[in-house]
Design a protein. Structure first.
Length: 179
């Protein structure tokens, strides 16, 4: 059986972020480590990658999966016209163009928020439910420094919702602050 992978992680830092979590300068190294992980997990045709579509971890993982012939499902927290400026665009970078390319090669789903909770927390639960519906032990790729995020629905929330210990062999954590 080909792997089902949930990818999540920090956004590439906006300029002036006081405490870096994912500096733009390490994006290439993160992409290399994602590719190595996907090689090890044999991600390819028949595999499914689910992610949220934001700049950084999500788009790097989606690009790597698409390049291997895997199916990619983007679970957007809001419609593209709202999501791209808030979670993708970063002046002076190519993240928006990369997002457009990934959109063209992926199945795109948009959360229909209940309004009861933070939209990003809802999206995390939606993605966990989706991957666990495909495989009761999906793999998880987390580009994460191991800390709580800036608000609800971050990578720490995703890790908790998955219910795996970060030492589980189904989990790979890439810490961009250590690169």
């Amino acid at each position: 059986m080909m792997p089902v992978v949930l990818a999540s992680g920090h956004l590439v830092d906006a300029p002036g972020r006081p405490a870096p979590r994912f500096p733009q300068r390490v994006a290439g190294e993160v992409a290399r480590l994602v590719a190595e992980t996907f090689d090890e997990w044999r991600v390819g045709p028949g595999s499914v990658l689910v992610c949220g579509g934001a700049r950084g971890a999500d788009l790097i993982a989606a690009e790597a999966a698409l390049s291997r012939g895997a199916a990619v499902t983007l679970c957007l927290a809001m419609p593209v016209a709202e999501f791209e400026p808030s979670s993708v665009a970063l002046p002076g970078t190519d993240w928006s163009a990369r997002f457009e390319r990934v959109l063209r090669g992926s199945e795109v789903r948009v959360l229909h928020s209940t309004g009861d909770a933070d939209v990003f927390s809802q999206t995390n639960q939606w993605m966990v439910d989706l991957v666990k519906g495909l495989d009761d032990r999906p793999r998880a790729l987390l580009v994460w420094d191991g800390r709580n995020g800036d608000g609800p629905g971050g990578t720490a929330d995703m890790a908790a919702r998955l219910g795996y210990d970060v030492t589980d062999p189904h989990v790979r954590v890439i810490d961009p602050t250590a690169l």
